[in-house]
Design a protein around this ligand. Structure first.
Ligand code: TPP
Length: 392
């Protein structure tokens, strides 16, 4: 558990080696791993204080393991094993903190970069790989409690916010939320980006979520870039201010601080589940890698910017904090070994997947057979056969 010494350090400073925190920002750990909560973090210290050492170590483990997975997946794409990969490097704290804050009965609606959110909920990382290899249109069963009620990746920006709101409205209408039973009341959490926040779908979702007091947390990861468009072009005001226009209480958190991300999400979900209506969180973070493996960020951002965010690396921050609390070398070595083994296993399982039959692209176009699709499927089969030896 956190000690009272930690709590006393709380009121000491809003300072951070990489710059002062703006008012209203919830941050508990500074970039160098010092426990120095901002004023806005004070109401959350009780929640953080209830975390056991094992919880803190789990947060760190989650982040290290997913970074190794993410690096491996990026390499696999480069080697032709995957069609595409959207890296999550740099966003681990926002994702781990928020995912660990959700309860088993909650429903999670990711975008397309929330790899560790999915794996924390029980999705097999190979299912994400199969999706990015073009082997499946979906990946897993979103209604499977063993997969944490994790809905599918959505490439249509912002549409998942509406899916989540509709699902949450169902929870309200069916009396599955707001009963006062914390063990059974359900909520939804939806992930989206600063670019997606400009989509009409997100605004419509906020209108309906507020109108129907949907138990929904809008979790915006502001990673500063929507491919090549900087966040300053998306909004003239901090994105966190948008929620107020819809009557949605909103908070801004340092998304590279896993403790802060955990605490604000935990409270927001608890409030939403209790019947208080939707909540919005803007997690300020940074996409350290490319938008996807099809992108070259050197075309639109500077090395200086990347270097300044590298100083705020979420994993280094938590590592320094744990180190300061006395975590042993053996612990860090063990986590590194687990991450390396996980990445190696993913490589092995990916290369064992074999080729993707092209005919699968016609599956599920319609729920029932359709003559046009069948003709196209036959044409492709004939075309591919024409390459067989002796036929061309
Ligand atoms: C409706 C829609 N419009 C455009 C795109 C193309 N597109 C894919 S990702 C992207 C940028 C998204 O940025 P952001 O929401 O900040 O999320 P991030 O990728 O940074 O996590 C765009 C414009 C899309 N997928 N869907």
């Amino acid at each position: 558990m956190l000690s009272t010494d930690d709590a006393t350090a709380a009121d000491s400073t809003d300072a951070d080696p990489t710059g002062p925190a703006e008012p209203g920002l919830v941050r508990i750990l500074t970039a160098d791993g010092t426990f120095a909560p901002t004023a806005a973090a004070e109401p959350y210290l009780d929640l953080v204080g209830r975390l056991a050492d094992a919880d803190l170590e789990q947060f760190y483990r989650d982040m290290v393991v997913v970074r190794a997975f993410d690096t491996q997946a990026t390499n696999l794409q480069r080697q032709g094993q995957l069609a595409l990969w959207p890296p999550s490097r740099g966003q681990e704290a926002a994702q781990v903190g928020s995912a660990r804050a959700a309860r088993a009965q909650d429903h999670v609606f990711p975008s397309y970069r929330e790899h560790v959110v999915c794996t924390i909920r029980g999705v097999d990382p190979l299912d994400i790989i199969r999706l990015m290899r073009g082997m499946t249109h979906g990946g897993w069963d979103p209604y499977d409690p063993a997969r944490g009620n994790t809905h599918l990746y959505t490439l249509v920006l912002g549409s998942q916010t509406l899916h989540a709101t509709g699902f949450g409205m169902g929870l309200v209408f069916d009396g599955r939320t707001g009963t006062g039973d914390v063990d059974s009341d359900e909520a939804v959490i939806v992930y989206y980006g600063d670019g997606a926040s400009s989509q009409g779908d997100v605004h419509e979702a906020m209108v309906f979520a507020a109108s129907y007091q949907v138990p929904q947390v809008f979790f915006l990861q502001n990673n500063q870039w929507a491919i090549s468009v900087p966040v300053a072009t998306q909004a003239r005001v901090p994105l966190v201010h948008r929620g107020a226009g819809y009557g949605i209480p909103s908070i801004r958190v340092d998304g590279n601080d896993v403790l802060a991300s955990y605490a604000v999400t935990r409270r927001a979900l608890d409030e939403a589940r209790s019947g208080a209506g939707p909540r919005a969180i803007e997690a300020v973070t940074y996409r350290m890698g490319a938008h996807t493996t099809s992108d070259d960020p050197t075309k639109y951002r500077t090395g200086d910017e990347e270097a300044s965010w590298a100083q705020r690396d979420p994993i280094a921050r938590m590592r320094a904090y744990l180190r300061g609390r006395g975590a042993s070398d053996a612990f860090f070595d063990e986590v590194d070994a687990e991450a390396a083994a996980g990445a190696a296993s993913i490589r092995e399982r990916t290369t064992a997947l074999g080729a993707v039959p092209t005919s699968t692209m016609f599956d599920h176009v319609y729920s029932e057979p359709h003559p046009l699709v069948e003709r196209q499927q036959q044409w492709l089969a004939d075309y591919e056969a024409s390459f067989q030896e002796g036929t061309r």
